[in-house]
Each structure stands twice: as structure tokens, then as C-alpha cells.
Ligand binder design. Structure first.
Ligand SMILES: Nc1ncnc2c1ncn2[C@@H]1O[C@H](COP(=O)(O)OP(=O)(O)O)[C@@H](O)[C@H]1O
Ligand SMILES: [Mg+2]
Length: 220
């Protein structure tokens, strides 16, 4: 039973990957899952106002994780029978581990069992085939359709791997509205504009071409 209340032991495992803020571990005995644990800050937060908010409202430490979970849950609720095309890695809630609180997520891997490659490395290594480009555009269509609020969608947060038997692009990080006034969640127009901007930035880094009117990437 994966989500029992026992404290999971991860301290004897090396993380499979590290991001700017989190370590990513294999979930013991659950090959389809990963656990993301935020690393403790090593340096003191430089902003006085942020330190003050943290002191008065200590729960703000969990805000980013909560916003991410909320975004995934909302998209999963909206997606109905098309859940298999959900463009985000699924998220399954919280576990406690001996290296800190963790969020359980769907593991996206390549056919060799390694964690899936990201879009930037795919574009740099072999370039995208027509099939991959089609997969990428199906992924993008879903982002717009489900009104995913991206705060940091870039080519390293999008991976290409297997969900069941299907090879697809998925967003693994960089989503969830963080603004105090959630403008992009409230306005489709504003969110479309923000998604468009992030797609353009991806195009700039990967040498793909973003067609804003049709909302598709083309090969450069
Ligand atoms: N669901 C996932 N499936 C496969 N690999 C993942 C998944 N989530 C994260 N990773 C890998 O772990 C790395 C760090 O995770 P990420 O969530 O981006 O951490 P951070 O928030 O610190 O940037 C990613 O760049 C990616 O290589
Ligand atoms: Mg990341």
C-alpha cells in the first residue's frame, strides 16, 4: 500500500535527479512513482520581506508545493475521460520521509527505464522527428485546452517519455499559479498570453518556430 502513514526511508538512497530546489527519489518498491523532496535552504533568504512573511506565516514554506498540487488536481478533474492525455505528470499527494516532506508523482521514463529526457536535450541531440513534433503539438494543445497556469514552462521542464505504452511529452515542473491575485487562473485571455510567451521562449532556446496564431511549433 503506497500511501500509508509510515515514515519512508530515503536517506540511504541517492537521488535519481536534482533540480534547482528539489531532490527526486525513487519511491521504494513503487516503480511507477517518484518522490520530490525540497532541499532545505543553505543560505539565508536575502529579502527582508520574505523572511518576515516566513516568520509570521510559517506555512508559506508549503505554498509552492500546494499550488503545484492544486494545479494538477484541477487539470485532472477537468480532463474527464481524456485523463490519459493529461499534459502534467500525475501527482498523488504527500508522504513523510526521513529527509523531509515529499510529494509523490508519476514517474516518466524512457524505454530503457531511465528518467525521461527533456525537450532541450532532445532538440540538441537528434532534433525532432515529424512524429515527435506532432506529439509536442498535441501536448501544447492540451496546455491551452486545460488552461494550465505555467510560471516557468521551459524546455527542461518538459520531458518525452512513456505513460503506459504511449510515448508523449509531459510537463514535470513549472506550473501552478503563485500570484496572490490569481489573474491567470481567472482570465483565459491573460493565461493564453502567458502560455504564448513561454512557448516563444522555448522556441528561442530550441530553434523551433512558434506559430502564435495556430499555436503550434514548426521545425526551424
Ligand atoms: N515526474 C517526473 N518524471 C521523470 N523525471 C522527473 C519527474 N520530475 C522530475 N524529474 C527529473 O528530476 C529533475 C528535477 O525535478 P524538478 O521537479 O524539475 O525539480 P526542481 O523543482 O528543483 O527544478 C527534472 O529536471 C527531471 O529530470
Ligand atoms: Mg525543474
Amino acid at each position: 500500500m503506497p500511501f500509508a502513514v509510515q515514515l519512508l526511508r530515503l536517506s540511504d538512497q541517492e537521488p535519481l535527479a536534482k533540480g534547482g530546489h528539489r531532490n527526486v527519489y525513487a519511491y521504494p518498491d513503487q516503480p511507477a512513482l517518484l518522490i520530490k523532496v525540497t532541499r532545505p535552504r543553505t543560505r539565508r533568504n536575502r529579502s527582508f520581506s520574505k523572511r518576515l512573511v516566513r516568520r509570521i506565516l510559517p506555512d508559506t514554506a508549503f505554498r509552492n508545493a500546494l499550488k503545484e498540487i492544486e494545479c494538477e488536481m484541477k487539470a485532472a478533474l477537468k480532463s474527464g475521460e481524456e485523463i490519459a492525455q493529461l499534459p502534467l505528470a500525475r501527482s498523488f499527494g504527500v508522504v513523510q520521509t526521513d529527509v523531509g516532506p515529499g510529494v509523490v508523482v508519476e514517474r516518466i521514463q524512457s524505454s530503457d527505464g531511465q528518467l525521461a529526457n527533456h525537450l532541450l536535450s532532445m532538440c540538441r541531440q537528434q532534433g525532432l522527428s515529424d512524429q515527435m513534433l506532432g506529439d509536442l503539438n498535441r501536448f501544447v494543445e492540451k496546455l491551452f485546452e486545460l488552461q494550465i497556469v505555467g510560471r516557468d514552462i521551459h524546455a527542461e521542464n518538459i520531458v518525452y517519455g512513456l505513460r503506459g505504452q504511449t510515448r508523449m511529452f509531459l510537463l514535470i515542473d513549472g506550473y501552478g499559479e503563485r500570484n496572490l491575485v490569481p489573474l491567470r487562473s481567472l482570465s483565459r485571455r491573460l493565461n493564453d498570453r502567458s502560455l504564448n510567451k513561454q512557448m516563444q521562449q522555448i522556441a528561442d532556446r530550441t530553434r523551433l518556430v512558434w506559430d502564435k496564431a495556430r499555436r503550434v511549433f514548426n521545425l526551424g
